[in-house]
Ligand binder design. Structure first.
Ligand SMILES: NC(=O)c1ccc[n+]([C@@H]2O[C@H](COP(=O)([O-])OP(=O)(O)OC[C@H]3O[C@@H](n4cnc5c(N)ncnc54)[C@H](OP(=O)(O)O)[C@@H]3O)[C@@H](O)[C@H]2O)c1
Length: 299
């Protein structure tokens, strides 16, 4: 076992966002390792020049050797789909009990920890009040991370992230199926961030001078959820989806979609922009969607 942290940055859960973060770090000359669950993802990381480590956090306990010794760790694995806790986060923290511990952990959580805010603007001072099991699992993960890191003198950053969009992250399959959405008058406020801006934010959060802090992540231009689907459809040249009234929504919308309808809020991103000195590349959906549909295929 190494007795002092090494210079390799570890991205636990090196999927769509993790790989964008890895690209940025590699461009800065930083060695990067990614931990994933599947063999297919290992192959993908290797083809991108990322050192690959494979472990299923739902299976055997995570070996300390997979994570220990890395100075900077990003944690992007979502909680499991069931329950009110996050045993995957617990597995990571147990493995990190081995010395040497990291300098800083950056965690992507979700804005679902706030619960329904009735469309109000919220800062990071808003009390958390998750209303869905999805939000409760994330809150449990945040609490576990914070208490473990504080107890061990490890710096932490929690990013409360809303809907991520970008190439490969658009609801095109849903639109192609013509699945319904709520009519605009009933649709909740939602917030978004472009995947490339989120990757830049993650890198800045790891490098920034502020530690042990929570950030609302958003492009600062909230909109209603139905308007989002309409604008993606328009940009993709697909028909706008049919709409239903709130009263009949339970019969026609999927449980996944329904779970988002009772969470309405507008996220204030001033702390993010000021403390992390972020200049967003895509400060609204118009610029972000335009970039998705020029050049590469958006899928
Ligand atoms: N989509 C959104 O709008 C949204 C909003 C807020 C927050 N988030 C969160 O943002 C984070 C990053 O998103 P993303 O798009 O990069 O996600 P992603 O592409 O699905 O990547 C998730 C990564 O976690 C790994 N993983 C999943 N389960 C695992 C397990 N049991 N053991 C080990 N590794 C496991 C996956 O490995 P394999 O590829 O091998 O399975 C993959 O590398 C996620 O936590 C996501 O939930 C997403």
């Amino acid at each position: 076992m190494e007795d002092k942290p090494n210079n390799t940055v570890l991205i636990v859960g090196c999927g769509a966002i993790g790989q964008r973060v890895a690209q940025r770090l590699q461009a800065m000359g930083q060695p990067v390792a990614g931990l994933v669950r599947s063999a297919a993802s290992v192959a993908q990381l290797r083809s991108a020049g990322i050192i690959a480590r494979q472990c299923d956090l739902d299976g055997m306990p995570l070996p300390s050797a997979c994570v220990a010794g890395c100075r900077d760790i990003f944690y992007f694995v979502p909680p499991p789909p069931e329950g009110n806790n996050d045993p995957r986060m617990a597995g990571l923290l147990a493995a990190l009990n081995a010395q040497p511990r990291p300098r800083r952990l950056v965690y992507i959580s979700t804005s679902a920890v706030y619960g329904d805010c009735h469309g109000e603007w919220i800062t990071e001072a808003q009390p958390v009040n998750p209303a869905t099991p999805r939000g409760m699992r994330r809150r449990a993960a945040e609490q576990h991370l914070q208490s473990w890191a504080d107890a061990h003198g490890v710096q932490w950053i929690i990013l409360r992230v809303p809907g991520i969009y970008g190439p490969g992250k658009l609801p095109l399959a849903r639109l192609e199926k013509g699945l319904p959405v709520l009519r605009e008058a009933d649709a909740p406020w939602t917030n978004r961030i472009h995947a490339d801006d989120l990757a830049a934010i993650c890198v800045a959060a790891m490098a920034g001078k502020h530690a042990n802090s929570v950030y609302n992540v958003s492009d600062g231009s909230p909109g209603n959820m139905t308007d989002y689907f309409f604008r993606v459809a328009d940009a993709a040249g697909l028909p706008r989806p049919p709409t239903v009234a709130r009263a009949g929504a339970e019969q026609v919308l999927s449980p996944g979609m329904l779970s988002f309808l009772n969470d309405s809020r507008r996220m204030d991103n001033r702390k993010l922009l000021e403390e992390l000195e972020i200049e967003l590349q895509y400060p609204d959906l118009a610029t972000g969607l335009a970039a998705c549909f020029t050049g590469q295929t958006p899928r």
